[in-house]
Design a protein. Structure first.
Ligand code: ZN
Ligand code: ZN
Length: 371
């Protein structure tokens, strides 16, 4: 049995560094060998093809073999192509400049006219720009394959960027609150609302609507969660701007307090956004569980030949997950067979959860009391 499952001479070692079995399956005789193995265990084809990443594939082909203990070296099969990363990056950069123009126009006009509702809305738009930068860093980092310095990949750079955005949002919120306080206590002059105020607001809302339709279209075309989330956020901005326009109309008709009140409301939005980013960042940095243990367990136990599993751990971000677990296999199973079965488990997990960047599977016999 061992002889039939031994790697072919042309393939050499078959469990490569920085390679998920989904990708190493195409190397030489590897696929055929496992296919027959799966057939023997009554396992059908996975049916889910994962897009391949050219660079890490090339790297994988030269990576040193790792075969010991059934553990698969982390490194990650990025589940999106490089071309897609580049396309998403391009969209984000264009949107970044549009958002920046919108933000600067409102901030400049807000300071000049003394209308702090416009000023706060400008800062709110600036936070979108910061979010674009974070998204861009995340997409760029995710496009970088793991290297010698960062064997787990570069996704944490996105988390670092998100943490800086939280600090930035806090500063922005303090600035808006300071201005609102000055207006409420009468330390600042009542703003002069002119036709230009409305023109600036309406023009920026127009740009926002343009960004929404562009991002929604591209998100659908590229299947990008990042772009979709950004489009949704911009949709929220339109409502913020509409609120500010309402406050400007009120201020113009003599209810001057509406201007600082609208600013306070926007400060609340900024604070809420900051809280959400801080919470998401904390979850990633504290290695909070990403995929429920029971969900993983169900898939692993569904693989014929597997007796059970335990010590399931997931960490990372919702779209880039590292998984490790112990899988129980029959004690008498030959190592080559056990290793192959561990790859079947890994393939099934990644097919069900494409966000799994890598799964490290420790194979062991079940505890005696259980079987
Ligand atoms: Zn392997
Ligand atoms: Zn164990």
């Amino acid at each position: 049995m061992i002889a039939t499952t031994a790697p072919t001479a042309g393939t050499g070692a078959w469990c490569r560094k920085s390679t998920s079995s989904a990708r190493c399956s195409c190397d030489g005789g590897r696929y055929r060998r496992r296919a027959s193995f799966e057939a023997r265990f009554g396992i059908t084809a996975l049916g889910v093809a994962r897009p391949r990443q050219r660079t890490s594939n090339d790297r994988a082909a030269t990576g040193p073999p790792v075969t010991a203990t059934g553990g698969n070296t982390p490194g990650g099969a990025a589940w999106v192509t490089e071309e897609r990363y580049a396309a998403v990056s391009r969209v984000l950069i264009r949107v970044l400049f549009l958002n920046l123009a919108v933000a600067l126009a409102k901030i400049a006009f807000g300071y000049a006219s003394g209308a702090i509702s416009i000023l706060s809305d400008g800062f709110h738009s600036l936070t979108d720009t910061a979010a674009n930068v974070t998204g861009l860093i995340g997409v760029r980092a995710a496009g970088q394959p793991p290297d010698e310095d960062h064997p787990y990949g570069h996704r944490k750079y996105e988390t670092v960027a998100a943490a800086s955005v939280t600090a930035f949002l806090l500063l922005v919120m303090i600035e808006v609150l300071r201005n609102a306080f000055n207006h409420l206590t009468g330390r600042s002059a009542v703003p002069t609302i002119t036709a230009a105020s409305f023109a600036v607001m309406l023009a920026t809302v127009g740009v926002n609507l343009l960004v929404i339709s562009y991002e929604t279209r591209e998100a659908g075309r590229l299947g990008s969660e990042v772009l979709l989330a950004d489009a949704l956020q911009t949709r929220g901005d339109v409502w913020t701007s509409v609120t500010v326009i309402g406050a400007l109309i009120g201020t113009k008709s003599g209810i001057a307090i509406l201007d600082p009140l609208a600013a306070l409301l926007v400060a609340g939005f900024i604070g809420h956004a900051g809280f959400q980013i801080a919470r998401a960042t904390t979850r990633i940095l504290s290695d909070r569980i990403v995929i429920a243990e029971s969900d993983i367990e169900r898939i692993v136990n569904g693989v014929p030949g597997v007796l059970g599993c335990h010590h399931i751990r997931t960490r990372g971000s919702s779209d880039h997950v590292f998984l490790d677990l112990h899988v129980w296999l029959p004690p008498a199973m030959p190592l080559t067979e056990a290793h192959d079965l561990s790859h079947v488990v890994k393939d099934r997990l990644i097919a069900r959860y494409p966000q799994i960047a890598d799964a490290i599977i420790h194979i062991e016999p079940p505890p005696p009391r259980k079987f």
